[in-house]
Write a protein that binds this ligand. Sequence first.
Ligand code: FE
Length: 209
Amino acid sequence: MHEHEHDEHAPITDRDELTYYEKRVYAIQSLLIEKGLMTADEVRRAVEDMDARTPALGAKVVARAWVDPAFKARLLTDAKAAVTELGIDTGTLSTLVAIENTEKLHNVVVCTLCSCYPRPILGVPPDWYKSLNYRSRVVVDPRGVLKEFGLELEQEIEVRVYDSTADIRYLVIPARPAGTEGLSEEDLARLVTRDSMIGVAKARMPDQY
Ligand code: FE
């Protein structure tokens, strides 16, 4: 009998059955390859490139906006161009809009239809972002949903919900936490979490690393 005191590795599942959508994706992919429209290596590289994108890219953008008012102004005017300035490839993003959270205004992002998300700068969306629960409820009761995320907003703070589309993706610029005046841009970036850029949380306080 092979026993573990504690399981050090994640369970390995052998799932041989493909789901309907997996089968469909593979069928389309092999057709495109067969017709010479793309190669298997190009598909692999695109997946690899997507997997390499993480919220660290968005955090870099937000930290720059916190320290450089001129950059923040450009980000609020044309986010795609501003993000590109930092050497971040915006990939297939059509329009990117940056929205700023302040002491009086809190913005939160959803895609009520599906899962539109600024993937080139935040990577793959979390599962809850794609859930029907979040998508249907955050537009009706944003304060209630934010409270479930642990974010309680005072009544004086206005809450706005932005609904993403295939064409427009949003990046929330969370408010810069108090007491961070002395921090470097790199240290500031570590305060900017994925959830704070979706708007379901505030940026971390420096003592919450
Ligand atoms: Fe969508």
